[in-house]
Ligand binder design. Sequence first.
Ligand SMILES: Cc1cc2nc3c(=O)[nH]c(=O)nc-3n(C[C@H](O)[C@H](O)[C@H](O)COP(=O)(O)O)c2cc1C
Length: 365
Amino acid sequence: MKNLLSPIKIGSIELRNRVIMAPLTRSRSNREGIPNDLMRQYYEQRASAGLIISEATNISPMGVGYLNTPGIWTQEQIEGWKPITQAVHNKNGRIYLQLWHTGRSSHPDFHGGEFTVSASAINSGGQVNTYDGLKDKEPPRTLDISEIEDTIDDYVKAAKNAIEAGFDGVEIHGANGYLIDQFICSGSNVRNDKYGGSIENRCRFGLEVVAAISKAIGSDRTAIRLSPSGTFNGMFDETPVETFSYMIDKLNEYNLAYLHIMEPYAPPGKTYIPQDSYLQDREVTQYFRNIYKGNLMTNSGFNIDEANDYISNGIADMVAFGKLMIANPDLVERIENNANLNDWDVKTFYSGGEKGYIDYSFLND
Ligand SMILES: Cc1cc2nc3c(=O)[nH]c(=O)nc-3n(C[C@H](O)[C@H](O)[C@H](O)COP(=O)(O)O)c2cc1C
């Protein structure tokens, strides 16, 4: 029977196991978004995961919305990533880059005072941590059609850059209320052109990004993450089950490396507020398993036993771990040895520096 330690093929590569490192923003880069040696150490420590998905990485200057997050649009950024992918590969690990455009979940301060951009000019509410402290979000500006096309080009360039930087593939961040999700969900998209209105139109932008990246680097190196029951970043959809059933059924046409689904999730310090029309808790993966034909990765709040159950019952093919991977660089070895797991320290998630980043203990310390 398959479990977390069974190998799996995604696209044209084989993963040693199904213990996946979830994408985790850690804010250890710099204002220019250039990856550094501290990040190299962090990822290298976690190379025994079947696959590392990098922290969300900005595809363009307009995509930036969080402090000290890395980018993948300049040559310097590409060069900064190279030692990281090399270090992971030297340990026979695999690493994908998560492609990010924050859209309205940013602040004009990140763009020299220019408006943020989105599907429609609807403020999500809430606050953003800027270099000058917490500030209220402001209404975004609506992207016009030619800007949407330019943004798809930015995704493609970023994906090609990721391959140049040595990544094994890319995961498109379509979850958690960032730009692609802002197009998908009716609460943030009231456009009346071909990118808004019907479910088909709202999913068009995300699907065009998938198609363009698949064409540029191959669908076997392309994946996407979605949060069909997500409410983080002020997200809402009137018919979430129908919306995401359409989106996920369409993804079947691309033969992607995998689809990454998030179950209901709230970031540290926030509470998930369930909506009646949303699939609840553990219903989510099971529901979309019946629709999606390819490799399915799931995530959010899994412990090891639950993850093994999901894999052995065929509900998911892989499970991504976030906080457990932060606190246990050798999570795979700990699973192999049925060993105790370290606890994570929320205070150091985004604090910068080595503490809570590269100083979690290994089993043999
Ligand atoms: C510190 C932190 C940073 C995160 N950064 C990202 C990110 O960059 N991209 C993303 O898709 N999800 C991000 N998430 C969500 C995680 O990938 C994951 O979905 C979440 O932690 C739930 O999984 P877990 O219960 O295994 O931790 C982040 C979560 C945490 C705690």
